[in-house]
Design a protein around this ligand. Structure first.
Ligand code: B4P
Length: 190
């Protein structure tokens, strides 16, 4: 079983690339952002709590997203592999993922880290806001808080994986096809 992690700041293109990767490599795609947006749309108790946090550019508590990932991993034992998009986003989530995969006799296959700078993040998310109407894309202060949260809580996760030899940085600023080509080159060499 292969477990790929698509990592990067908000708006780096994780969701965009995940859609292409899952098709090409027949992977089960798990986006914690999509799972949370589904809960929000259905107005569940979890969704109401998630909305108040994500609308302001803050992360949802670790135990909630870890539980969501565990549920999906438990419910699909037939997938050829998993593509984790937007998870882990904190050191605690990375540690929990290691534990969950170890319980399954497995480990992370590769971390694919999309690198783009903060100004490009803000530019892309503002553009997405014109098309998609996501509350967490709505204003620059929220977007800047998401970027700050990334640097404080998510970026340290890079160190968690660097020592494993499975961490791969990819320039996320090329065209969608260029970035996809680079990602495929890494996966095809595995
Ligand atoms: P996510 O849904 O993961 O959203 P994201 O990081 O903003 O987007 P992504 O990187 O997927 O960008 P996209 O492809 O759309 O998270 C939303 C929120 O949920 C988080 O802020 C957090 O609050 C919460 N959450 C999620 N996971 C969590 C976790 N594990 N723990 C706690 N909280 C969690 O690309 C962005 C835009 O750029 C698109 O419009 C796209 O068309 C464009 N684009 C993409 N690639 C491009 C390219 N190469 N060139 C030009 N434009 C490009």
């Amino acid at each position: 079983m292969k477990y790929f992690i698509l990592f990067g700041p908000p708006g780096a293109g994780k969701g965009t690339q995940a859609a292409k990767m899952k098709e090409k490599y027949s992977l089960r795609h798990i986006s914690t952002g999509d799972l949370l947006r589904k809960e929000i749309a259905e107005e569940t108790e979890l969704g109401k709590m998630a909305k108040s946090l994500t609308d302001n550019g803050n992360l949802v508590p670790d135990e909630i997203v870890i539980g969501m990932i565990r549920n999906v991993l438990d419910s699909d034992r037939t997938a050829k592999g998993f593509l984790l998009d937007g998870f882990p986003r904190t050191e605690a989530q990375a540690v929990a993922l290691d534990r969950m995969l170890k319980e399954r006799g497995s480990e992370v296959t590769s971390v694919l880290s999309l690198m783009i700078d903060d100004d490009e993040v803000v530019r892309r998310i503002k553009k997405r806001a014109e098309i998609e109407n996501r509350a967490d894309d709505a204003d620059e202060a929220t977007i800047r808080n998401r970027v700050r949260t990334y640097h404080e809580k998510t970026e340290p996760v890079i160190n968690h994986y660097k020592s494993t030899g499975k961490y791969n940085e990819v320039n996320g600023t090329g065209s969608i096809e260029e970035v996809f080509g680079t990602l495929c080159g890494i996966i095809d060499r595995l």
